[in-house]
Design a binder for this molecule. Structure first.
Ligand code: PHE
Length: 337
């Protein structure tokens, strides 16, 4: 006869020591499985002498019930312990603040805004004009004659309406301003312009800010000072600025403006092509022919104009070497700003 008391004690001890569900499953098999001790004890009932069979049978069945309950209880305990361990290991800190992904201004918009702020602080107003422009305002009235190379199909996008084009610069806004406002005029004209150009530093659409001053006794010195102040404010350093004689049909005299290379501090690098200087804008005294086409008396008034490419300034300011990055909408690039 199997010693049920000893069996119960062994079972109790083993179950209390079990620390994982797999261990417990093994114990369960050992006692209650097909060839388990308790299963065998039950099978053995029929071999028990008649007079003891009833009492023994009842005890075995009780033991079976007891074993099942004991194992189930321990199983629940182990599950709880395992859950606690899991929770303490794999916890999630729900108190970490989840920042919403805020957008930012596009680097070109940021650059445009900075340029505008600097000129507004110097007393300039902001004027805008259409991107589909009259050929007359974009060229003729700016003293760019019909044969001028800037009019060549190479450079200009024409639209299929006679006399119209996509403006190649924002200078026509200066014409519009002079036609509609009497001097004194102190304006800048920011906006999109279009040219048939496409390489790492040129894009068929880009942004310009042009400026125009018309007043009594305006000299080249005023222009020089205005541009120098602007460039030093924009680059946030006291950059060297030089004016190089140049040519534009709508200004006379004309100049191109260079700054000491902000990348290498004038030492010579790839960006300034070893020259130590970077060309950043064009400028000049407004040509009398332009004033005349707008009905401004050149005996009384004089003025200056300047024009700069916003992408170029942004590339130098942020240290970016390919203009295309501004227009690809690559979120990883845009998140840098
Ligand atoms: N309009 C010229 C350009 O687009 C820039 C410029 C403006 C130069 C005013 C001189 C004076 O290249």
């Amino acid at each position: 006869m199997i010693d049920l008391k000893a069996l119960e004690e062994d079972l109790r001890e083993e179950v209390s020591k079990a620390s994982s569900l797999s261990q417990l499953a093994q114990i369960k098999a050992k006692y209650l499985g097909k060839n388990g001790y308790i299963t065998q004890a039950i099978a053995n009932i029929k071999n028990i002498p008649q007079e003891e069979r009833k009492e023994y049978g009842a005890k075995v069945n009780k033991l079976k019930e007891y074993a099942e309950n004991l194992i189930r209880q321990r199983e629940e305990e182990i599950r709880k312990i395992e859950l606690q361990e899991k929770l303490s290991k794999e916890w999630l800190d729900l108190s970490i603040p989840l920042e919403p992904a805020y957008g930012t201004y596009h680097p070109i918009t940021q650059t445009l805004n900075r340029i505008k702020e600097i000129f507004i602080s110097m007393g300039f107003s902001v004027m805008e004009g259409p991107e589909v422009e009259l050929e007359e305002y974009n060229f003729d009235m700016l003293n760019i004659p019909k044969e001028h190379p800037a009019r060549d199909m190479q450079d200009t996008f024409y639209v299929n309406k006679e006399g119209y084009l996509l403006r190649t610069h924002t200078s026509p806004v200066q014409i519009r301003t002079m036609l509609s406002h009497k001097p004194p005029i102190y304006i800048i004209a920011p906006g999109k312009v279009y040219r048939r150009d496409d390489d790492p530093t040129h894009s068929p659409m880009f942004h310009q800010v042009e400026g125009l001053v018309v007043d009594k006794d305006i000299s080249f010195g005023h222009m020089k000072y205005t541009i120098e102040v602007f460039l030093r404010e924009f680059f946030e350093v006291n950059v060297p600025v030089r004016f190089r004689a140049s040519y534009f049909p709508f200004t006379e005299p004309s100049a191109e403006v260079d700054i000491g290379c902000v990348i290498c501090n004038g030492e010579g690098c790839r960006v300034c092509k070893q020259s130590g200087w970077l060309e950043v804008m064009g400028c000049g005294m407004v040509h009398p022919a332009v004033f005349e086409s707008c009905g401004i008396d050149t005996e009384i008034y004089s003025g200056f104009a300047f024009g700069m490419g916003v992408e170029r300034l942004a590339m130098l300011y942020f240290g970016i070497d390919n203009i295309k990055l501004f227009f690809e909408n690559n979120i990883r690039f845009l998140r840098e700003f």
